[in-house]
Design a protein around this ligand. Structure first.
Ligand SMILES: [Ca+2]
Ligand SMILES: [Ca+2]
Ligand SMILES: [Ca+2]
Length: 498
């Protein structure tokens, strides 16, 4: 198997059906590796000149790749902009005890005017390791977590020298963690103005090595577990920071703050689209054991975590957003998360700003969740659960592929697939089932769709590290650290029988 993959990469970057299956028989794609041997590609963006830009989460580099011949240029190396060791210098980097944040160099957004007078590129990355409280996965007390700082920086793109230069800090106070950093950057128009949005995770506060860390997803003064909104151009406020904070942000008080929406867990997907004339923002976030969510992000709204998981339907009543075997942590479920007495009561207490997800990918019933929690506490069996772990989201607005218009496309980590869910004409509800494409033993990290709708690019992780227990074995991954190109071939035809 290994030899055949190496030969495949050397001789011909076309992937065979044996490696990735096209599970749905509605469309057919050619599948090709555009670039490989990347150090955990995290963001993939198509620039106006059709080059593909990639951030490397572990490599801390920004690359520009010509998709037709795979030729790549390094635009930026950020390794010296952080104060923790290079990923490849850490002996056992998957150990919770070693200093590596979840992600690393993560989000990237190109100014829509990149080649027409606004040559700006926005990047988000962890830059500072503040320290660790003792790891507690072994059941010892004080699993206080791993503390980092994340910054968002604007760079100037010097096209002639193929470099990103003259960094300007937009925000450098976003908390980071070894878990749940979110990390997606996105530019969206709202009325006549464009804004920069960032999805910040809840730090994994309350679970695993961050089990003793307090969760701030519901706080209206913390950047943890939030969607943040920044100005794309500075306003007239003095100082380094307020000029990047919109003066009409919904949680502004006597001071300006980036919060746009609250109550998120690990929103790694963030995108915008105009559907039926309406400007929409969608996110995906990882559910704890079930209920991976697709959310429609609205100004000042509350998405429930950790008081409501998935829909306010009661499946987590009597449970919590996490359960562990660490008896040093409080409560019957040994977690610093609050006990959820009733999701419906919690949603009512939040009030009219509470928003259920548009879609919950796996709204497991109460009995299933209760049994899983009991089995984790009693450690009776292998602790696995079903989830897709959605890493990103894009809206397919083209009419190029028949039937796909206004579908959300979601790459997944745990499920190793590209999901497609058609939305109804309002964009506020799913209109069909979940379709699954290019399923493989890999972790898909990001997606970009070509403007003509005929090509889809997928970033594939180099490793299979996740924060929780997983059956995925790094040795079994069939290809790593690459950008895949799916080219639409036409509607699916049954292969001719020999
Ligand atoms: Ca301002
Ligand atoms: Ca939610
Ligand atoms: Ca629920």
């Amino acid at each position: 198997m290994k030899l055949s993959i190496i030969l495949l990469l050397l001789l011909n970057p076309v992937i065979t059906r044996a490696q990735i299956s096209l599970n749905e028989k509605d469309v057919d794609f050619d599948i090709r590796i555009v670039a490989d041997k990347l150090s955990d590609p995290w963001s993939v963006v198509i620039a106006p000149d059709k080059n593909i830009w990639v951030t490397e989460a572990k490599g801390y580099r920004v690359l520009r790749i010509n998709p037709s011949n795979g030729v790549r240029q390094q635009l930026l190396d950020l390794n010296s902009a952080k104060d923790f060791p290079r990923y490849d210098k850490i002996p056992d980097h998957i150990d919770h005890g070693k200093p590596w944040p979840q992600g690393g160099l993560m989000g990237m957004a190109l100014h829509p005017g990149l080649t027409t007078g606004n040559p700006y590129v926005f990047l988000a990355y962890a830059y500072h390791f503040e320290g660790a409280q003792q790891d507690n996965d072994g059941g010892e007390p004080n699993s206080g977590g791993y503390f980092y700082k994340i910054r968002i920086v604007r760079y100037l793109y010097d096209e002639a020298s193929a470099e990103l230069v003259r960094p300007v800090i937009i925000c450098d106070s976003i908390p980071g963690s070894s878990d749940h950093n979110g990390g997606r950057l996105m530019i969206a128009a709202q009325g006549k103005k464009e804004y920069l949005f960032y999805s910040a995770g809840d730090m994994g506060a309350g679970q695993f090595a961050n089990g003793g860390r307090t969760n701030h997803a519901q706080s209206s003064t913390s950047y943890e577990g939030k969607i943040l909104r920044f100005n794309l151009e500075p306003d007239l406020d003095p100082g380094m920071y307020d000029k990047w904070l919109p003066n009409d942000n919904p949680f502004n008080t006597n001071r300006q703050i980036a919060l746009w929406s609250v109550g998120h867990r690990n929103p790694q997907g963030l995108t915008s689209a105009v559907i039926n004339g309406q400007e929409m923002i969608y996110s995906t976030e990882h559910g704890p054991y079930s209920d991976d969510e697709i959310n429609l992000i609205e100004r000042g709204c509350n998405y429930g975590h950790p008081l409501i998981i998935g829909f306010a339907d009661g499946n987590y009543d009597g449970l919590a957003a996490s359960v562990s075997t660490n008896k040093a942590l409080p409560g019957i479920w040994h977690t610093t998360y609050p006990l959820i007495d009733s999701e419906i009561t919690n949603a009512k207490a939040i009030g009219p700003n509470y928003r259920d997800p548009v879609v919950s990918l796996d709204p497991a019933p109460h009995a299933t969740m209760k049994e899983l929690f009991r089995s984790i506490i009693s450690n009776k069996k292998d602790q696995e659960w079903n989830s897709y772990a959605p890493s990103s989201i894009a809206v397919y607005t083209s009419s190029a592929i028949p039937g796909w218009e206004n579908s959300v496309l979601i790459p997944t980590l745990k499920g190793g697939a590209l999901l497609r869910i058609k939305l109804d004409t309002s964009g506020k509800k799913a209109a069909g089932n979940i379709y699954t494409y290019v399923k493989g033993n890999v972790r898909y990290r990001d997606i970009a769709i070509s403007p003509d709708g005929l090509k889809i690019y997928l970033a594939v992780d180099s490793s299979s590290v996740s924060s929780g227990p997983s059956k995925e074995n790094p040795q079994q991954i069939s290809y790593r650290g690459c950008i895949l190109e799916l080219s639409y071939k036409g509607l699916y035809k049954e292969p001719a029988k020999l």
